[in-house]
Structures are given as C-alpha cells and as structure tokens.
Ligand binder design. Structure first.
Ligand code: SF4
Length: 334
C-alpha cells in the first residue's frame, strides 16, 4: 500500500535575498542563488491566492517564504509586511540568519532604517558560541557579529528571539552561550532550545543527535528552555509506537511552490484553483511511489534507537531517504 497525502495548504516561496551563511544544518538548498523575479510580481501573485482563499477556500492555508535570508531592501520589507497582514499577523521581527557583514557605521544605519520601518526585534539562531557556532554557520566571526547586532538592538529598545541548537557538539558550551546572552541588554521575547530537523544538509549529522540519557539529565537551566512548538523530544524508540497509531492516515501537508522567472508567466495566466490542483497531483504521484508509513517503519525503523527527534516527520523523512538509497526511488517532494 502506498502513502496518501492531504494537501491542507500552499507555501509560495521566492528566492529573493541570497544568504551569506553556509550553515551545516541548513534545510534549504542553494542558498546563495537568487531569483531575477521582481518581488512586486511575486507579491501580486500571492495576493491573488489570498483573494482566492477569502472567496472560496477558507480551509486552505496560504503561506509565503521570501528568503533564504531576510536581508531585504526597504521596499521588500514593506511588501513582506503587506503579505503578513493578509494572514492577520504583523511583520516586526527580522531573522539575522544569512545577513551580510556590514561595517559598524553601515550596520547602525541599517538598524535605524529597519526600526523606523516598524521592525521591533530580531531573531537569531545560534549553534553553540564563538568558534563552535562559527563552524556550524560557516562564517568566521559570525557569533561576534550576531551578538553585536543583538547588543545594538537592545540599546535601541528592540527585543530579541533566540533559537539555540542543542547537539552533542554544542552541549559542552551551552552554559557559556547562556552566560553571553544573559549579558546582552534588551528584552528577550523568546528563548528556546531545539534539535536539528532531519532535512536538507542536517541529514548528515545524525551522530550529533543527543540521546534520551542526555535529555533526561539536562541541567535545569537548559531543560526549561524546551518549550513551544518543538518541545516534544522523543527518541526513535519512543516515536515509533505513537506513529504507528495513525500510520494508515494520510499525511497532511502544506505543499511548496517555488516561484521564479521560469514559471511566473504560466502561473499568472493560470487560475489559483488549477495551480493548487496541479501541485496536489504532483505531490500525490510522488508519495504513491513510497510505501505506507507502517511498511517504511517495518523496513527501516530502529525501535531500539535512543537518538532524539523533534517531529515524527523527521523519522518519516529519514526512512524515505533509506528507502531511496536502497531502491533508487526518488524521495517525494517535501
Ligand atoms: S542562514 Fe538559514 S538559509 Fe542561510 S545557510 Fe543558514 S540555515 Fe540556511
């Protein structure tokens, strides 16, 4: 029996702002490539999808991703804000991931402009501190750069969100990382600790996963930062019985559609209904080439493994990769 899917939404994505990092745990491929498509054309297309949802598809979720970095010019910043508003949210926090290096004066001017444009805080992702972080993010001096931006932001009354990756290699420097962050002025709006997803380049670092034993003995200062959407850290042996309870149910997915100069003419001349249906069909066909979840688990699951994952999807993806390696079958769209 094959794997079935239910499409519950669509993420329209544009490679608009190339990334200046080369993170070893990156989920996105070819982060240095940008699309030549003007943002305004992308924005028009996305507004059409929001109109379609409002008129006839209230249950379909429409999302956007304009990246891979948030190193936008001010026009794009405002455009992304308009798209967020269509989802009923505001755009006030800028990710620092992939930001180009700027000298001190240029950086201050950049911060002032963003603050004047309505940005009230920054989001940083840190994998350890100092050289440990720099190695994970593929850029010498990145830890010092990111923390200097957080400091400047704090002095301007801006807040911050911190995602801190926990892996075998970041655990020994984690307390020091927290000491550094605690010494930076400004409001910490959210600080949370996560594991690596099983996706993209991070699939190469299975040996970096912490285990049940480490999870259960984490210092309280780190353990209490396990919160929010990704706090369910279970080992493969803990996930398997939970996953098997609903193994024959379809996978509910938000599909992805990369928009670029190569397909924009066709997308602009097609209805949203037709684009969505075509995408759904492509996903369905892809997943039908894969065995159902319980079959994948029986073949590739390791019910004795104590390595931790945040999502059942991580394991499904890992088993599909193993299936692809064994059979030569292509891994489905994600
Ligand atoms: S900053 Fe984000 S998009 Fe860029 S390489 Fe790192 S994880 Fe990938």
């Amino acid at each position: 029996m094959a794997r079935e899917i239910v499409a519950r939404g669509l993420t329209l994505s544009l490679r608009h702002a190339p990334c200046a990092h080369i993170c070893r745990y990156c989920l996105i491929s070819e982060t240095r490539k940008g699309s030549a498509l003007p943002f305004s054309r992308f924005e028009r297309l996305v507004h059409r999808f929001f109109d379609w949802k409002a008129a006839s598809k209230p249950d379909v979720e429409i999302r956007t991703f304009v990246g891979p970095s948030f190193d936008y010019d001010l026009d794009t910043l405002q455009g992304v804000g308009r798209l967020r508003a269509r989802r009923g949210s505001t755009f006030e926090t800028l990710n620092l991931g992939g930001l180009r290096m700027r000298d001190a004066d240029t950086l201050k001017a950049w911060l002032d402009e963003r603050q004047a444009a309505g940005i009230t805080g920054f989001h940083t992702s840190l994998a350890g501190c100092d050289k440990t972080h720099d190695r994970w993010n593929g850029r010498a001096g990145d830890f010092a750069y990111q923390t200097s931006i957080l400091r400047l932001a704090g002095e301007r009354g801006m807040g911050r969100h911190e995602r801190l990756f926990l892996a075998q290699n970041t655990l020994p420097v984690f307390e020091r990382l927290l000491d550094v962050l605690d010494g930076i002025p400004g409001e910490v709006r959210n600080r949370y600790v996560t594991l690596f997803f099983y996706a993209g380049l991070a699939t190469r670092y299975e040996s970096e996963r912490i285990t049940e034993d480490i999870r259960d003995a984490l210092p309280e200062r780190i353990a209490r930062l396990r919160r929010g959407r990704f706090q369910d850290w279970r080992s493969e042996r803990e996930w398997v019985p939970l996953m098997m309870e609903s193994a024959r149910e379809p996978r509910r997915m938000i599909m992805k559609l990369d928009v670029s100069e190569a397909n924009i003419d066709r997308l602009e001349s097609s209805s949203c209904e037709a684009i969505f249906a075509e995408r759904e069909q492509a996903y369905r066909e892809d997943y039908r080439r894969m065995p159902a979840l319980d079959e994948l688990c029986a073949r590739y699951g390791d019910p004795a493994s104590r390595k931790l994952y945040m999502l059942s999807r991580d394991l499904e993806q890992k088993w599909m990769d193993m299936h692809a390696r064994e059979t030569g079958e292509k891994v489905p769209l994600d």
